[in-house]
Design a protein around this ligand. Structure first.
Ligand code: M6R
Length: 607
């Protein structure tokens, strides 16, 4: 997730507005920043790694000449956060400047083709193919509008782009597929931005571009066209009534809720991983004598779930370990044959990095899964995957958890294929389901939101909760419980359901709410027995079960129905979503701020 802001004014300098606009998009990314302006047919570009205000001051953004320009604040996905990788990117002749938010899936093949045709690339980004593709079309004689359309038709993946042509200082060209882009108009000019907050100081009259659309902005107006055939789209502007605070959260009252609802998109991004990196990680995992999945908090829960995936799909035994326990527990056996797969959203968690450093010193192979390019984890890993969820502001991890799970599921499947442990049919079937996960999560959000809110109202004053699941659902239970615990402060326990009778059941008395994860699959039969045990002791049974699972529904005091046909190994992704919502709504109903839980920090970088 990155931020784009562009404007074309009737008079005055565009750059100071771009600087301010980017500042309001800083929550979308902040590792590097850049601006391109056009003045007298000449492109001016200033960019560097660093925070917006610091770079803007150092490079005097506000003094850049020209009434038209585009800017970008970056959250690195391809290529480290460096000056060269910062946007805008240009073609060989330096006459086309592009800022981009999204991920171009086929950039490697496009880059190869363009390089063979003589184009010179300077960055490691996927974005850089876009100005070169446009340049190629200009060389063939196309005008900017046609060159843009032809170029973006070749892109696969997600993009919101804003483009300046030195030959056409009267326009900004935009296009979108899957990444957001809004255009706006005022008396003073026209604007484009990734999000509403950047627009609000200049205009409240906006239009959303839809997938497959392009827009051409001039100081006095705009035109929206379809990328497929260049035909015109009539879309009037809408007036935005949101306050700035509401706008920063896209109308959601809290970042946590916004991020919960972003999951279909962050999961789509997580499916766009470069297959070469997945293969590389899978190859290292395959070679290891012992594999440790090391992480903290929510990321540890993702590791726990992944250990079931690696075992069932790839027949590979892995050891999920809480990072702060790793050295004490396994340190003495770590050596050159050990593989450490460290999972960390921030890539900066002290405990995880300490475990990694320890293992590195003993010549173990370090692999990483993170959301943060350029983080310490990416620097110390032999190979790593970036999950591409964009920045997460809420302290409670939500969208980054489900994206971690999807990345790890893809990795397990690659490994299964590599090791030849399951049949082609099984691989194909699982792959098909993987691709459906973003839509399944969308469906869960649509179907369960109001039901979860009702349950939050009913159970908001409880003093204790139990979360129980079997198999991979025990990881879902742990994560659901962590969400509730960290933002509502309600004491709660989570256990593999089979273990509950070995102790935890002693705290169950009349009306204690017990949340059961009951996806269809190998554990479904046994979970019924666990429900009965709790029911016999008077617990209130709340279940997440598959639509039409009458047996579980009959045993439940309350239930949330989940879509049919979700493979058990992927169930933590959709099944955790109602639990995230439950924690969120209970926190809000208890008058707490879910974005700022007490005593917690987003990234724990201290011992
Ligand atoms: O950045 P990391 O994934 O390494 O962070 C690990 C934990 O600190 C983090 O998941 C924490 O538990 C969250 N607050 C959970 O919501």
């Amino acid at each position: 997730m990155c931020g784009i802001f562009g404007c074309i004014l009737r008079r005055g300098l565009a750059a100071p507005l771009i600087h301010k606009g980017l500042k309001r998009l800083e929550y979308r990314g902040y590792d590097s920043v850049g601006v391109a302006t056009l003045d007298g047919g000449v492109l001016h570009i200033r960019k560097d790694a660093g925070k917006i205000d610091e770079v803007a001051e150092r490079l005097s953004f506000d003094e850049m000449p020209g009434a038209v320009g585009v800017g970008h604040t970056r959250w690195a996905t391809h290529g480290a956060p460096t000056m060269v990788n910062a946007h805008p990117h240009v073609d060989c002749g330096g006459v086309v400047a592009v800022v981009h938010n999204g991920v171009i899936e086929n950039f490697q093949e496009l880059r190869r083709e363009l390089e063979e045709g003589g184009h010179r690339f300077v960055s490691k980004t996927d974005t850089e193919v876009i100005p070169h593709l446009i340049e190629e079309e200009l060389k063939k004689g196309a005008q900017p509008r046609e060159a843009l359309l032809r170029a973006v038709r070749r892109l696969r993946g997600s993009y919101a782009i804003a483009v300046l042509f030195a030959s056409d200082p009267e326009h900004i060209y935009c296009a979108r597929n899957e990444s957001p882009l809004i255009i706006g108009l005022s008396e003073d000019g026209a604007y484009c931005a990734s999000d509403i907050p950047a627009m609000l100081p200049y205009t409240r009259m906006v239009a959303w571009l839809r997938n497959g659309e392009a827009a051409i902005l001039s100081a006095g107006g705009y035109e929206i066209i379809r990328i497929s055939d260049g035909s015109r789209v009539d879309r009037p502007l809408t007036e935005i009534s949101w306050s700035l605070k509401m706008a920063e959260r896209q109308g959601y009252p809290h970042f946590m809720l916004k991020e919960i609802y972003e999951q279909p998109q962050s999961l789509r991004n997580a499916l766009r991983l470069q297959k070469t990196y997945l293969d590389l990680l899978a190859a290292f995992l395959d070679r290891g004598r012992e594999i440790f999945l090391v992480a903290a908090g929510t990321s540890y829960h993702a590791c726990l779930a992944a250990s079931y995936m690696f075992s069932k799909l790839a027949r590979l035994t892995t050891y999920p370990v809480i990072a702060s326990e790793f050295i004490e527990r396994y340190g003495s056996s770590i050596g050159i044959d050990s593989v450490i797969l460290a999972v960390s959203q921030s890539g900066e968690t002290y405990d995880t990095l300490k475990a990694v450093e320890y293992a590195r010193m003993r010549a173990a192979t370090i692999l990483g899964v993170t959301n943060t390019v350029g983080s310490t984890l990416t620097r110390v890993s032999r190979a790593y995957i970036v999950q591409q969820s964009g920045p997460e502001i809420g302290v409670a991890a939500t969208k980054t958890f489900t994206a971690q799970l999807l990345v790890l599921a893809q990795l397990a499947l690659r490994l299964a294929r590599m090791r030849g442990k399951i049949s082609q049919d099984e691989i194909d079937e699982f792959q098909e389901k993987l691709l459906e996960i973003p839509s399944i999560v969308e469906e869960v959000l649509n179907r369960s939101a109001s039901r979860v809110e009702e349950l939050a109202e009913k159970y908001k004053d409880e003093k204790l909760f139990l979360f129980l699941g079997r198999g991979i659902s025990s990881a879902t239970a742990l994560e659901g419980r962590l969400k509730l615990l960290e933002i509502t402060y309600i004491p709660s326990l989570a256990y593999p359901a089979g273990e509950s009778k070995h102790g935890p059941i002693s705290i169950v008395e009349e009306d204690v709410p017990c949340i059961f994860l009951c996806p269809r699959g190998e554990t479904r039969r046994d979970i019924v027995g666990s429900i009965m045990e709790m029911k016999a002791r008077g617990a209130k049974i709340i279940t997440l079960c598959e639509e039409g699972d009458e047996e579980v529904k009959e045993l439940s005091d309350d239930y949330i129905e989940m879509p049919k046909g979700i493979p058990e190994l992927l169930s933590p992704i959709p099944y955790v979503v109602p639990l995230q919502l439950l924690a969120y709504h209970i926190a809000v109903k208890r008058g707490l701020d879910p974005d700022k839980p007490r005593n917690l920090a987003k990234s724990v970088t201290v011992p």
